[in-house]
Write a protein that binds this ligand. Structure first.
Ligand SMILES: Cc1cc2nc3c(=O)[nH]c(=O)nc-3n(C[C@H](O)[C@H](O)[C@H](O)COP(=O)(O)OP(=O)(O)OC[C@H]3O[C@@H](n4cnc5c(N)ncnc54)[C@H](O)[C@@H]3O)c2cc1C
Length: 443
């Protein structure tokens, strides 16, 4: 006698109007299963994007229940994460269809098994692809420049498990270690008045070593748009390149400056206040750096004159108050330095009072230029990076440049030249590099 089946309305609907039948072009995973007893065959193909099943299609050679269960599981799986889809059980497929006759339960088993097999196929290929891809690169992230921007980007990338290297041409810690190693940090929340520039740089270096950032003390001479850097020891390929080459003291463009630089009386910022003991110093500049230079010389220099081109100094109020309390500091407003002169060493400067339109001569031993910083972008000349009219590299809010996979942080990407800005740029890059490279399921 022929066996009687009771099919639910849902089973009949999916049997008559199967959803997602067919093939996916370039599927990411394929699962094929069959039942040797009834002869049903089932194939499920999947397309995965950011760990989510964006498309699922099936082909079935089998009975009406096999078609209905395949159709149903594609609907259940689309939009789910891989982990969620792997949790779909054989029973749940039958349940979603309003039940199946016991003799047809093996069909829902097949559907769930085929989906799970497709996901496992995808995962196995993904791992293989990632291994091959990883072999093409030396590092996940390569950072050019080991100042505040570069070091903190490196620390935060390594903290997220990214294989990271930093290349530094001269001083770890950047311009702070080079020009003002003993200066107390005053504007980095949490560390104000607690830490010198050297202390801060040392703690970054310790953290970088602890997190196994590869620290390479060598200059990068070129960078290619396919994310290869050409350093002194060879070529290295990164999945992401971060430009953090900072800035250098800008020249004053003053007559005589070239002749007396390099220890003959012209200096760029004050590196060692002890070298100015008993000297008459003129500082050229109007911003924080000029005021910092004057404050740092308060205990050593005999006479400190600031030649400020503007009506007033552009510094924070508490620094200006401290400056006013030092007798030996004189500020000449609206004053431009025209020429530095002397025989072997600096002896005099010629200045112009811009308001009175008259020239003044002053006898000095040293000239300190604190006229600003220019971004170090010469090694990127051939890269085709977009820059603004002041020479800073243009980035979007994630610090990405116009070239895919190349980011920029710190002083080369902003005229707001502050340690706290360079560090926050580093945090932004680390977050985005992690998302770009690891593609976590939550993004
Ligand atoms: C005198 C002075 C005092 C300052 N005081 C303060 C302060 O008190 N508080 C504050 O917030 N900010 C201060 N600043 C600003 C602050 O120093 C900068 O904003 C900060 O250093 C920017 O960090 P960075 O990593 O972008 O660049 P940098 O510190 O300039 O570091 C860039 C690094 O890249 C390296 N490099 C460049 N080219 C290459 C290459 N081709 N290959 C390998 N390495 C390369 C350089 O050697 C350098 O070490 C001061 C600046 C000056 C000049």
């Amino acid at each position: 006698m022929e066996e009687q089946f009771e099919y639910s309305e849902k089973v009949m609907d999916h049997f008559r109007n199967p959803r997602n039948v067919g093939q996916i072009k370039d599927p990411d995973g394929i699962g094929r299963v069959g039942n040797p007893v009834c002869g049903d065959l089932m194939e499920i193909q999947i397309k995965v994007e950011n760990n989510i099943l964006r498309d699922v299609k099936f082909k079935t050679f089998g009975c009406g229940s096999a078609i209905a269960t395949s159709s149903m599981i594609t609907e259940m799986a689309i939009g789910k994460t891989l982990e969620e889809a792997l949790k779909i059980t054989r029973g749940e497929v039958a349940e979603e269809l309003g039940g199946l006759p016991p003799i047809k339960m093996h069909c829902s088993n097949l559907a769930a098994d085929a989906l799970h097999a497709a996901i496992k196929d995808y995962m196995a290929h993904k791992e293989e692809k990632e291994k091959i891809e990883a072999q093409k690169y030396d590092f996940d992230v390569i950072i050019v420049g080991g100042g505040p921007g570069g070091l903190t980007t490196g620390i935060l990338c390594a903290y997220r498990g990214l294989k990271t290297a930093i290349f530094e041409a001269s001083n770890w810690g950047g311009i702070l270690s080079w020009l003002c190693p003993n200066k107390m940090i005053e504007n980095f929340p949490g560390l104000c008045e607690k830490s010198t520039c050297t202390d801060l740089v040392n703690s970054w270096m310790n953290e970088a070593r602890k997190l196994k950032v590869e620290l390479k003390k060598e200059r990068v001479n070129d960078i290619t748009s396919d994310k290869k850097i050409i350093a002194e020891s060879g070529e290295y390929k990164g999945k992401i390149i971060v430009l953090a080459t900072g800035s250098s003291p800008a020249p004053g463009g003053i007559k005589g400056e070239e002749k007396f630089k390099n220890e003959r009386g012209v200096y760029y910022y004050v590196r060692n206040p002890g070298n100015f003991t008993g000297k008459r110093v003129i500082i050229v500049g109007s911003g924080n750096s000029a005021v910092d230079a004057a404050l740092s010389l308060a205990d050593t220099a005999d006479l400190i004159t600031i030649a400020c081109k503007n009506e007033e100094l552009r510094s924070v109020p508490n620094k200006i108050e401290r400056l006013k309390a030092i007798d030996r500091v004189k500020v000449l407003y609206n004053t431009e330095v025209l020429e530095i002169s002397g025989t072997d060493k600096v002896e005099k400067v010629l200045m112009k009072d811009l308001k009175e339109d008259e020239n003044i001569q002053q006898v000095v031993d040293s000239v300190v230029l604190a006229v600003g910083l220019t971004p170090n972008t010469e090694i990127f000349k051939n890269l085709g990076l977009e820059m603004d009219d002041k020479g800073y590299i243009k980035t979007d809010k994630t610090q990405k440049t116009n070239i895919d996979g190349i980011y920029a942080v710190g002083d080369i990407a902003s005229d707001l030249q502050l340690v706290v800005i360079a560090v926050s740029n580093g945090a932004t890059v680390a977050h985005n590099a992690y998302i770009e490279l690891r593609k976590p399921y939550w993004r």
